[in-house]
Ligand binder design. Structure first.
Ligand SMILES: CC(C)(COP(=O)(O)OP(=O)(O)OC[C@H]1O[C@@H](n2cnc3c(N)ncnc32)[C@H](O)[C@@H]1OP(=O)(O)O)[C@@H](O)C(=O)NCCC(=O)NCCS
Length: 149
C-alpha cells in the first residue's frame, strides 16, 4: 500500500503562512453560512479566538479557529475548506485532527460549535463526528456539543 498520499494536518497560523490562509475561499452559495478567511484572521487578532491552518501535505487548504468560552468548553469556529478541496473527506479529517490536537495541547474534553440550520453539510458532518444538538441557539445558529471520555 502506498503512503505517498498527502496527509491532513493542523498547524499554527504564522508570518509565513497567513497569506495562504487568506486565499482560502468558499463558493458564493456558502457565503451565507460563513465569513471570509480574512475576516476570521482579523477577528483572531482582536478577540480570544485563536487561528489554525488546515494543511494537505504542505499546502494550506483550510482554516478553523478555537477558543475557550465561559462555559469552559472549547469552541470551534470559522471552519472552512477551500471550495476546490471540498467533499473529499478533508473537512472530517481536519475537525478530528483539531479535536485531537486541542485535547492533547489543552486537555480539552468538551467541544462546542454552532451552525446555520440550513447548512446541511456541516450539520451532517458534525453529527457524524459525535456532536449532539443540545437545543441551545447562539444567535440564529444551532449549538452542538461533543463530550469525550
Ligand atoms: C462544511 C465543510 C467544512 C465540510 O468540509 P468537506 O471537506 O467538504 O467535508 P468532507 O468531504 O469531509 O465530508 C463530510 C461529509 O459531508 C458530506 N458532504 C461534503 N460535501 C457535500 C456536498 N457538497 N453535498 C452533500 N454532502 C456533502 C460528505 O459526503 C461527508 O459525509 P459522509 O462522511 O457521511 O460521506 C466544507 O464543506 C466547507 O468549508 N463549507 C463552507 C463553509 C462552512 O459551511 N463551514 C461550516 C460552518 S459551521
Amino acid at each position: 500500500m502506498s503512503n505517498s498520499e498527502p496527509k491532513i494536518s493542523i498547524q499554527a497560523v504564522n508570518a509565513d503562512n497567513w497569506r495562504e490562509v487568506a486565499k482560502v475561499s468558499v463558493s458564493d452559495a456558502q457565503t451565507e453560512f460563513v465569513a471570509t478567511s480574512t475576516y476570521y484572521l482579523a477577528l483572531c487578532c482582536y478577540s480570544d479566538w485563536k487561528p489554525l491552518a488546515i494543511y494537505l501535505g504542505n499546502k494550506v487548504i483550510g482554516f478553523l479557529m478555537w477558543g475557550i468560552d465561559d462555559d469552559k468548553s472549547c469552541w470551534l469556529g470559522g471552519i472552512l475548506i477551500d471550495q476546490k478541496q471540498q467533499n473529499k473527506g478533508y473537512g472530517r479529517k481536519a475537525v478530528e485532527a483539531a479535536i485531537e490536537l486541542l485535547q492533547t495541547q489543552n486537555g480539552s474534553k468538551e467541544f462546542s460549535l454552532s451552525y446555520q440550520p440550513e447548512n446541511i453539510v456541516a450539520r451532517h458532518l458534525y453529527q457524524s463526528i459525535g456532536f449532539v444538538e443540545t437545543g441551545e441557539m447562539e444567535d440564529d445558529e444551532i449549538v452542538a456539543r461533543l463530550e469525550l471520555d
